[in-house]
Design a protein around this ligand. Structure first.
Ligand SMILES: Cc1ncc(COP(=O)(O)O)c(C=O)c1O
Length: 366
């Protein structure tokens, strides 16, 4: 799905120099590179505040924790995401309300949000699947009408654009992952939160650092709330600062690859993920929908082609949720999950690789 060696070699010297600098300085937590990255990323997303944390999963958990949810509170989200999206809601102490998705974009269906809002609903948590922005304009309107908070799971959507606005600048909180292989990535786990809300920002900073608001600095430092140790390492922040300069190039390359797949995979037996007008996907991978999915997957796997099936099973059908009382029926989610194959779309792909994968699929698609 990605080529981390080519990715490293693209800025090899700069990365090694930075790692050397950081290690020599010896400030491996909350070093100045962390603060610099938070400033740079806020500027990139056109948002006031940014807090880095130890992973996308922790970013989701801290985002939910910052809203003080109670056990009866409900969070509306989708089930066709990576399992950490649902785990974060469960770990926050709130209840998950999974709703169905749109068949063409694979993202949360706004009509289903409206149907599922009740007196306990507190948060809408759309996931921008594979980097494709959800309908944020409509979701924001619903949230305003019902006084709900919105947390976007943009773990796969760094650098994406929705209604001509940067993802990260729109909702109460947006969450990104910088795990290796993500659109903007470091050399180990990492996550980012963005917000325009100063109160949420201050709370997030405390939550990531044992409840402390200021560090490093002169001790003693008070722990003001119950928190976690969820900091991004200085080395990762330094690498993210380097790679942020190339983020627009990554997005351009990924969009170019998506266009090539669309061209080389022309067939009435293959359906593509649709991107709404005014939006730009970051194309973490290129998903296609086919009827004989399992057969195609097995054949391409045998040929050692770099293809994947995510996310299976969908969250509501995963073992860890088998004990919940009422497992919802999500027909579109289930249909899509049974038909998707993900193709690699990273910036270092050559057109001939895309042609090879496309030809192999066209030969056996039914
Ligand atoms: C949609 C989505 N949400 C959350 C996460 C969790 O991010 P992380 O792996 O950085 O914890 C992932 C990871 O792939 C993801 O794809």
């Amino acid at each position: 799905m990605y080529d981390l060696t080519k990715h490293f070699n693209y800025n090899r010297k700069e990365i090694l120099r930075k790692i050397n600098n950081v290690l020599n300085k010896g400030i491996l937590e909350l070093g100045k590179e962390v603060e610099q990255f938070e400033k740079n990323f806020s500027k990139y997303c056109k948002v006031k505040y940014c807090v880095t944390v130890s992973s996308g999963s922790m970013a989701l958990l801290l985002a939910l924790k910052s809203l003080n949810l109670k056990s009866k509170d409900e969070v509306i989200t989708v089930a066709n995401s990576d399992i950490p999206t649902s785990h974060a809601i469960t770990l926050s102490g709130a209840k998950i309300r999974w709703v169905d998705v749109e068949e063409n974009t694979f993202n949360i269906d706004v009509k289903e949000i409206n149907k599922n809002i009740n007196k306990n609903t507190k948060v809408i948590l759309p996931v921008h699947l594979f980097g494709n922005p959800s309908k944020m304009n409509l979701i924001s309107k619903i949230a305003r009408k019902h006084k709900l908070k919105v947390i976007e799971d943009a773990c796969l959507a760094t650098g994406a654009v929705c209604d001509n606005k940067m993802i990260g600048s729109i909702s109460d909180i947006t969450v990104f992952s910088t795990n290796p292989g993500k659109i903007l990535d470091g050399i180990g786990p990492g996550g980012i939160l963005t917000t325009n809300n100063k109160k949420i920002y201050s709370k997030l900073k405390k939550l990531r650092d044992y409840g402390r608001s200021k560090r490093p600095g002169k001790w003693p430092v008070k722990s003001e709330i119950i928190g976690y140790n969820s900091k991004l390492s200085t080395i990762n922040a330094a690498i993210l600062n380097i790679r942020l300069k190339y983020l627009n190039w990554y997005i351009k390359k990924r969009n170019g690859n998506a266009e090539l797949y669309t061209h080389h995979l022309k067939s009435d037996k293959i359906k593509f993920q649709e991107i709404d007008k005014g939006c730009i996907s970051s194309w973490r991978n290129f998903p296609i929908r086919v009827k004989n999915r399992n057969y195609i997957y097995n054949e391409l796997y045998k040929k050692k082609l770099d293809i994947k099936l995510n996310y299976l099973p969908p969250n509501h059908k995963d073992t860890c949720y088998s004990n919940i009382n009422k497992i919802p029926k999500l027909p579109i989610t289930e249909k899509i999950c049974s038909q998707i194959i993900n193709l690699p779309c990273h910036p270092y792909m050559a057109e001939k690789e895309i042609i090879k994968i496309s030809k192999s699929i066209l030969k056996i698609v039914k």
